[in-house]
Write a protein that binds this ligand. Structure first.
Ligand code: UDP
Length: 236
């Protein structure tokens, strides 16, 4: 096993599958099964999931809402997705804990770093909900922040695309995929992997990022076992 402790970042939008909004149970189940494969290997798994399939702060602003109000609604959306994923993981007998950055003790523990790492050591999957708990941030930033706090070996950003390309592969046929790329190259080429706040935080803390396609079964397991999947971003 190459990575002993991972932080898996999933986007809320991916959970929609072919639906227009909300959560596709088939995608949820597929994700849960892939996560189980790596837990069974002995890998410690923490997860941050977005909320874009339900609500985004900017959506609120577009309809005249206060930004901060919209962002808190977005954070609550991530809790709904976290609970859905938690349910799917428990359906296949994984032990889980949900910790949120906004207190809601009836449904989740508050985020406590020491407690989170203890859960991981005991083989529980830990899901971090409600982003960073602050408006004007994103779940990518929450993912990087939590990854650093719990000393994750790597952050795995599951997307629909199988890595980082020279251009958007869905628009440009000549786009080429990178197997590895440095932080510096990403800045210089103006590539978009995460928002800049998240990306710089990751860079400054020497956290490697792997961007990969989470919708292909087996990818997560192969990654954890050290196979070349997706694109690796590092400082060397
Ligand atoms: N959000 C926030 N602070 C955070 C994390 C999230 O305000 O620390 C809000 C923000 O409005 C964002 C929404 O929650 O638009 C959903 O998160 P995001 O867009 O990152 O989810 P994804 O695109 O990954 O589904």
């Amino acid at each position: 096993m190459k990575y002993k402790r991972i932080l898996l970042k999933l986007s809320g939008e991916a959970l929609m599958g072919d639906l227009q909004y909300g959560i596709d149970p088939a995608i949820l189940q597929q994700y849960a099964e892939q996560i189980k494969e790596v837990v069974d290997l002995g890998c410690e798994v923490a997860i941050v999931i977005g909320g874009g399939n339900i609500f985004r702060g900017v959506q609120g602003v577009a309809s005249g809402m206060d930004r901060v109000q919209g962002d808190y609604m977005g954070m609550l959306a991530t809790v709904i997705n976290s609970m859905a994923l938690q349910g799917a993981l428990e359906d296949i007998d994984l032990k889980t804990r949900l910790q949120t950055a906004i207190r809601m003790e009836q449904i989740a523990e508050p985020f406590i770093k020491r407690r989170a790492t203890r859960h991981l050591e005991k083989g529980r999957v830990v899901i971090f909900g409600a982003g960073t708990g602050n408006p004007y941030f994103t779940t990518d930033t929450a993912a990087v922040l939590r990854a650093i706090e719990i000393n994750a070996d790597v952050i795995l950003k599951g997307t629909r695309v199988d890595g980082i390309y020279t251009a958007d592969p869905e628009k440009d046929k000549n786009a080429e995929k990178f197997d590895t790329i440095t932080y510096e190259e990403v800045y210089n080429k103006g590539l978009k992997i995460m928002d800049m706040t998240a990306f710089t935080l990751s860079d400054e803390n020497n956290l490697p990022i792997i961007v990969f396609d989470m919708n292909t079964n087996g990818n997560l397991k192969n990654l954890v076992l050290g196979e070349k999947v997706g694109t690796l971003v590092t400082n060397n």
